[in-house]
Design a protein around this ligand. Structure first.
Ligand code: ADP
Length: 270
């Protein structure tokens, strides 16, 4: 499975992903791509950033390599490393090096989660140099014409440690993402889960109630992703109140009082 995820040739998106346009994001991304400028997608989790990247990769006919960054992710995980295979030491490119060579779109999701040394390798790629330093090989890999770097970042998690430095952010064209408008979100939920529009609308209302609790006990409100999950459970026969509890309330909080409060909100709607 890992080999598949790393092989750009196998990461072309063949059929058009379902994506509802929310503003001028497509035109801006295309212009950035043509000008070889890297792109930063800002916004809360579950609001459509990954889906947008899939859509753009399909539209631009480039393979998409997505790396979900985590606090153990090092520069070597992205660039590559020497591995011993059958008694021989061989170099194995990491996902970023493969994307740079193959002219893929490399999407580093939640970049601030990664270890600090990863920024060192993306900086020369994200400016005019467009080259990846391969320290262990002692070489600088020049990016293929078609290569595109995109990163995502959730500004909602306010923490000095999880902040994107100016030296990094000022290299990127930034696209701001947020939860879709009420009308659009209803359409997305109905389309993704197959539930009736009136139920989808209630889920959107419920989401707005939880989003209003952000900062007063909740770190984040319910994302579009969670609403789609709840919609799918409902479509499979789970009652709306149970679906809201399992797919939404339990996903956004562990606090028992908050859980009860969120639960009450869904019972008032369904
Ligand atoms: P993010 O990458 O921002 O965490 P995703 O792109 O994974 O979030 O979005 C979560 C889900 O929400 C998607 O799988 C899709 O079902 C739905 N979604 C959100 N925004 C859109 C959109 N604009 N068009 C279509 N589906 C969307």
């Amino acid at each position: 499975m890992q080999a598949r995820a790393l092989n750009p040739e196998e990461n072309f998106i063949e059929s058009e992903p379902y994506y509802e346009i929310t503003g001028d994001e497509i035109a801006i991304f295309e212009a950035a791509y043509q000008n070889k400028l890297p792109v930063l997608l800002k916004g809360p989790t579950g609001c459509g950033k990954t889906r947008f990247m899939e859509y753009m990769a399909w539209r631009l006919k480039r393979p998409l390599i997505t790396v979900s960054c985590h606090d153990d992710l090092t520069a070597s995980d992205l660039v590559g490393r020497f591995l011993v295979k059958g008694g021989e030491t061989v170099w194995v490119d990491g996902p970023l090096a493969r994307s740079v060579r193959a002219g893929a779109i490399c999407y580093l999701d939640e970049i601030v989660e990664a270890r600090k040394d990863t920024m060192v390798v993306i900086h020369p790629l994200a400016d005019d140099r467009r080259a990846l330093p391969m320290e262990k090989l002692g070489t600088l890999l020049e990016a293929n014409q078609e290569f595109c770097l995109a990163i995502s970042y959730n500004p909602g998690y306010q923490s000095v440690l999880k902040d994107l430095k100016q030296s990094t952010r000022q290299r990127f064209v930034a696209l701001e993402f947020d939860y879709p408008t009420q009308e659009l979100e209803r359409k997305i939920i109905a389309s993704e889960s197959g539930i009736a529009p009136d139920l989808a609308e209630k889920l959107v209302k419920f989401a707005h109630m939880t989003r209003n609790l952000k900062g007063s006990g909740l770190e984040e409100g319910a994302s579009t992703r969670l609403l789609v999950h709840a919609g799918k459970l409902i479509k499979s026969g789970v009652s709306p109140v149970s679906a809201c509890r399992s797919a939404i309330a339990q996903a956004i909080t562990d606090d028992s009082e908050m859980l009860a409060a969120v639960q009450e909100l869904s019972s008032s709607l369904f």
